[in-house]
Design a protein around this ligand. Structure first.
Ligand SMILES: [Zn+2]
Length: 135
């Protein structure tokens, strides 16, 4: 199954030279294929002769990090399924610390915003309730 990608594809993947769609396709395939992970690691080892784990490679290059907007939509459950899976993979499997920090930050912001809306609604409700009583 992992031979659906050529060495050139994998090289391009490591260089982030594929389209977002193709990057996601490779990442999805990698997820279910230890063989593909070995091939990727092999390609990378030949390239820089370093001994880095794939996780390190990913983190080092921050491969295909979703945008802050995408992360925000992901947290709100507003992404299409494929895109959401991709972001989830990036956060949970790749474990990109940059995006994890970013999404924690966004989640806090969203929680604060939700609080503000709730208290605004409360105030509005209380003031209109008071207004109704007076009449
Ligand atoms: Zn990232």
């Amino acid at each position: 199954m992992s031979d659906q990608f050529t060495e050139a594809d994998l090289e391009a993947y490591l260089d982030e030279a594929l389209s977002a769609e193709e990057m996601a396709r490779v990442e999805t395939a990698v997820r279910g294929s230890p063989e593909l992970i070995r091939r990727l690691a092999g390609v990378n080892a030949r390239r820089d002769a370093g001994s880095h784990s794939l996780g390190e490679i990913w983190r080092r290059h921050r491969l295909t990090c979703p945008s802050r907007g995408q992360l925000g939509s992901y947290l709100l459950g507003a992404l299409a399924e494929g895109e959401a899976k991709y972001v989830q993979f990036h956060l949970e499997v790749v474990g990109c610390r940059y995006c994890q920090a970013n999404s924690t930050d966004l989640a806090n912001q969203q929680a604060e915003a939700a609080d503000k809306v709730a208290s605004r609604r409360r105030k509005y409700f209380q003031s209109s309730a008071g207004f109704l009583k007076k009449k």
